[in-house]
Design a protein around this ligand. Structure first.
Ligand code: PDD
Length: 286
């Protein structure tokens, strides 16, 4: 069934939605994005995603084309028009169409391109993967140095996903200077002796909106969280491992580079945090 999507102020059937071949998102990957999950027809962690979007735009000296309220309105309208109960809203803003190819940024008054679409994912909250966990491999992190900005430069993460596929596992963890940075599209954690360890925030990783919420809920539930880098060897010797993202919430990792983590089955901390996150973020959904 054809979706209704949003392009530069218009709601259109997906077949009729187009952007220019000169769009800087297409030619230069000059754009940023956000993915917000939908549960029970409501948006999860919307204020966090809106705030990070504004930060990404500011860091790249791109204009903020809409207010948070307008953005929320478009998200809600798309969820309603497409009858999304569980799924995702994808948003992308690029530096627009300057009418030709040029490395230099176009004049500041060039209209940005704003695109949003929904993805229906029935069963997102009841994902059976939460009961079995996923397997990952490690891969060198050769991405650029501003991973804190959520740009659409996703070629290397796509290549890492393909490397995982070829190795018959589910995902890859990036490693730089001997330490894990993050997953292809998620933040990663280990648990040892009840303590949760996750890499500290810097330009080396995306500041996950789900990460912020999960760390907060864990601390509120009196769990200890240490924010510091860890190695693959430390992760392999941990009791548990897991990852977070807007599209997966909290999911266990049971094998890293062929070695079982803990018992090789999902652990109690990841299960508890998934439960807590779904419960608490649903309460605050808009
Ligand atoms: N990815 N790190 C990277 C590199 C990511 O791409 C993502 C999200 C995260 C988790 O951030 P958040 O909790 O805000 O979703 C961490 C999205 C889901 C994607 O690209 O589809």
């Amino acid at each position: 069934m054809s979706r209704t999507v949003y392009v530069n102020g218009e709601y259109l059937p997906e077949e009729e939605a187009t952007v220019s071949i000169f769009d800087r998102g297409f030619l230069m990957a000059d754009g940023v994005y956000e993915v917000t999950s939908v549960l029970g027809g409501k948006l999860i962690d919307f204020p966090g995603h809106a705030a990070r979007l504004e930060r990404s735009l500011n860091e790249l000296e791109m204009a903020v084309p809409m207010s948070t309220e307008e953005l929320l309105e478009v998200h809600r309208e798309l969820v309603a028009r497409n009858g999304i109960d569980e799924g995702l809203v994808y948003l992308q803003i690029t530096r627009g169409n300057p009418g030709d190819r040029d490395f230099a940024f176009p004049p500041a008054d060039t209209k940005p391109t704003v695109v949003l679409f929904t993805q229906s994912k029935p069963g997102l909250a009841a994902n059976p993967v939460a009961q079995v966990g996923i397997k990952v491999i490690s891969i060198p992190d050769i991405r650029w140095g501003r991973r804190d900005i959520k740009t659409v430069q996703l070629l290397y993460p796509s290549m890492a996903k393909m490397a995982a596929k070829k190795a018959h596992v589910d995902d890859a963890w990036f490693v730089e200077d001997g330490f894990v940075t993050e997953g292809t599209s998620n933040n990663v954690y280990i648990v040892k002796g009840g303590k949760i360890v996750t890499r500290d925030l810097s330009n080396d990783i995306l500041h996950g909106i789900t990460r912020a919420a999960v760390v907060r809920f864990a601390r509120e539930a009196q769990m200890e969280v240490e924010e510091r880098p860890f190695t693959i060897e430390e992760a392999q010797g941990a009791d548990e491992a897991f990852f977070t993202s807007a599209s997966a919430f909290v999911l266990p990792v049971v094998e890293i580079d062929g070695k079982a983590v803990g018992t090789g089955t999902p652990g109690p901390v990841a299960a508890r945090l998934r439960e807590l996150y779904l419960e608490e973020s649903l309460k605050a959904a808009v």
